[in-house]
Design a protein around this ligand. Structure first.
Ligand code: DC
Length: 246
């Protein structure tokens, strides 16, 4: 079957990654969590003393940016990719509440977005990729064959995040998490470069009241439908309808 590009965008903690990862594994596609890349840069900036309260030492970060190496390697135990920063597995650290609290201003920096978008586009050159984030359907892969925009209420997303951290044994109060979710929504939607928004041709999925199994099933159906349509579009009367966009 011809490989396509799948772009999944949406608000933080709305279960995008779970369904994106699982679909990728099932259909043998590469999975890239673009948020993990912004988180890794944030961790780098924190570890190198580039935060002074809310202020970021953008001069030093800009200088360091070309040398920051972010990669993904499959974790055989979980069957999912872990994030590496300069060769070190940082999967756990980048999910901490501290990184979550610092990541939005980092993701709003033009030079950070520019560098990471270029890396993401290079990763998707061969198609056969599922990438999730905030600007995948609008900026990274505007020609993706399947685009999904996922949303759920802030309270439901905060509860999911609370349960997730608790299961990992990390302490955090629900109110603090809810505040963080709302703050990130605001910054993500109002930043100048690539603000979070639904691409016009993206399918909207509100998963507030769906189980993980239901959303996974829905996504798989969309994938199969797009592949089927692509197949039909390749008939003699509309040759290469999909390739013409590449
Ligand atoms: O999906 P996440 O919560 O792990 O994302 C972390 C942060 O990175 C979040 O504040 C939004 C930002 N982000 C972004 O600006 N663009 C992306 N493509 C992915 C994430």
């Amino acid at each position: 079957m011809k490989k396509i590009t799948i772009a999944i965008d949406g608000f933080s903690s709305c279960g995008k990654s779970t369904m994106a990862k699982d679909l990728a594994r099932e259909i043998g596609y590469i999975y890239i969590d673009s948020g993990a890349m912004y988180r890794a840069v944030t961790l780098f900036a924190m570890e190198h003393g580039m935060f002074h309260g809310k202020e970021i030492d953008t001069g030093r970060l800009k200088e360091a940016m070309p040398g920051i190496r972010i990669s993904f390697r499959l974790n055989p135990e979980t069957g999912r990719p872990d994030t590496y920063l300069d060769g070190r597995n940082v999967e756990r650290e980048i999910r901490s509440l501290e990184v979550s609290a610092h990541v939005s201003p980092i993701a709003a920096l033009d030079f950070v977005r520019h560098a990471l978008v270029a890396q993401q586009q290079a990763m998707g050159k061969e198609k056969g990729i599922v990438m999730d984030g905030r600007d995948i359907g609008t900026t990274v892969f505007p020609d993706a064959e399947l685009k999904v925009f996922v949303t759920a209420s802030p309270e439901i997303r905060a509860q999911r995040r609370y349960d997730e951290l608790k299961a990992k044994g990390q302490e955090a109060g629900f109110d603090e998490i809810l505040e963080n979710v709302k703050q990130r929504d605001y910054i993500d939607q109002h930043r100048e470069t690539s603000p979070l928004r639904k691409a016009d041709d993206a399918l909207l999925l509100d998963n507030s009241h769906l189980t993980i199994a239901q959303q996974k099933e829905w996504l798989k159906e969309q994938y199969l439908r797009v592949c089927e349509e692509g197949h039909t579009a390749g008939q003699p009367n509309t040759p290469q309808a999909h390739d013409s966009k590449d």
